[in-house]
Design a protein. Structure first.
Lengths: 340, 340
């Protein structure tokens, strides 16, 4: 595409966005208008304060129509075949009559310049389907920002009628925790191989998983079976899940579409048992409270650091504490006095 | 002891405490006066705001004379023989010419009514020695409170000339993290046995340990050797320590005094290598910063919750968030607006 043309398009879209009222966005989203949904997401990602106000209004107004979906977090190291897997799974879900939204949380995308899902051609077939909505991770934002935006985007997608939300992330640590806190079910994709795969993904992530799927099993069946066995054993060493769910370990092949039915059978079973036990609902309530508390904590910390008296004292006191000239407690008390 | 007499003594002590100025405490502490040290600790544990002000002054004034010690955290499940081990180790340290303070962090003591170290007869020989100072965990306080107080008590003990600070805790989770954050070296005591001991202590605690000692080895030598082997293997699976330290696994018997020389040889080696590398100092600086930041965070949270507008809105907004009537973000934003 011609670059100047591209920039002109973006300016035009920005102007359109400013003309639109919150109700216009909401009306479009509830009607399932994908262009409007996309524009609302851009609004959410905007850093302009007037856009933020409007974005909050849009999200708030979509909220009563949201929630009616299954939110599936998917993680795995680069090279595990996430995109191909998600494309196959998405197409299968569409075949079953669902509308599928694919989102991503990747706070590194801003740093590396690229972004997961950024290249839609990686999900060529899925992206041409009317029943699918694919949105890359916003670039150049903090993890806190990306996580908040993604959670808001989930609300909009649900209000637009998408009842299967797939949230992709790379297996690098903190972003998993964020995705785990906004999805109902957390799927870990692994490669076939010996007992050392754990090395590639961060500690704690295997424990977060509600299902472990060994991808690319068609290429390395023996290794995949071996991996399945060792993970099944490892999973039994972990403390039982609060959901009461026993973590299944399955083989699959995204590229051949193998094992996907089994995976969907397990997730359906998860939904029905946790809905029956009430866990599905209390888990979502707990997640909402988590984001509530985290947002307050981040906001308080920002107010504190930006307080004129605090910012004047902070560095000196920190230095005194480090050098053992002040106790951490009295130095903290002094700052809190200055703040209040 | 006659109960009324006991109460009369306490009232008398409280009056004496009020009469004393911060300088009086400091003078007594620096002279190594154990009665004054004990009274200053009671001042630290007091919840009266005038006592708090005086306590802060005492700690602050002792600070320049503090820090010249080795702080050893010791944890293990009930029944592992901590008291006997600490008594033997303490006596050995005194033989080597050290002054030993034994403190405890046990936030559950308030709940259960008892307290670890509460019964001094458990360390009968050590408690009669002039070179030892034993102080039980304060009862009826939050973990945050106990941790802060213990850290301040460490400062006072160091100023009073105690150069070996032993901080005991029970292996139940959060209190380990607190003790780990205020000591130079973290010793985990385990019982001899198969590979299942890990079940008894909380996940993550083995990883925090700088040394693992299998206690009561004299009673079950074969099992102890077996345990030593499995923990040595387990330790190798953990990521390397930032201190560069390789975690030794040793056998010991608190009651027979066996293995204590080996343990002290390892801790001496730890001190000399980490002092040489500079880690000993940067680790303490990092700990001070940790308590600084944690105290600020706790204080901010308290200021927030006690703010009249916030406390008026908080519960309703929380309920709205839980019920999905408000997004966690906009609800948090509203509270932050009300606060600032």
């Amino acid at each position: 595409m011609n670059k100047n043309r591209h920039i002109a398009d973006r300016i035009k879209a920005a102007k359109a966005r400013r003309r639109l009222k919150a109700e216009d966005y909401v009306k479009g989203i509830l009607a399932g208008d994908r262009v409007m949904l996309g524009r609302a997401i851009t609004l959410i990602e905007s850093t302009r304060s007037e856009d933020r106000v409007k974005a909050n209004e849009v999200v708030e107004k979509c909220l009563p129509k949201a929630g009616n979906s299954f939110r599936l977090g998917i993680t795995g190291v680069p090279g595990v075949g996430k995109s191909t897997f998600i494309e196959s799974l998405g197409l299968k879900l569409i075949d079953q009559g669902h509308k599928v939204a694919v989102l991503a949380v990747d706070p590194t995308s801003g740093v590396t310049g690229g972004s997961i899902l950024g290249d839609k051609t990686r999900m060529e077939k899925l992206s041409t389907r009317d029943e699918a909505f694919i949105r890359p991770s916003p670039a150049g934002d903090s993890l806190g920002g990306v996580a908040r935006h993604t959670r808001e985007v989930i609300t909009l997608c649900e209000a637009a009628g998408y009842d299967r939300i797939l949230v992709e992330t790379v297996g690098v640590g903190q972003s998993e925790t964020a995705v785990h806190s906004m999805t109902d079910f957390f799927l870990l994709l692994l490669l076939p191989g010996g007992g050392d795969e754990l090395q590639g993904i961060k500690r704690g992530i295997v424990e977060m998983a509600d299902m472990i799927a060994i991808n690319k099993s068609d290429l390395h069946l023996d290794a995949a079976k071996q991996a399945k066995r060792s993970y099944r054993n490892a999973v039994h060493l972990f403390p039982p899940k609060r959901s009461g769910w026993t973590v299944p370990t399955v083989l699959c092949s995204g590229i051949k579409g193998e094992g996907l039915d089994t995976i969907l059978k397990h997730t359906a079973e998860y939904v029905s048992t946790t809905e029956e036990s009430g866990y599905f609902r209390t888990h979502r309530q707990g997640q909402a409270l988590h984001w509530f508390e985290e947002t307050i904590e981040m906001g308080l910390s920002r107010l504190f650091r930006e307080h004129p008296k605090v910012s004047q004292l902070l560095e000196d006191l920190k230095k005194d504490v480090q050098e053992g000239k002040r106790t951490p407690f009295s130095a903290a008390d002094e700052l809190l006095q200055a703040f209040s």
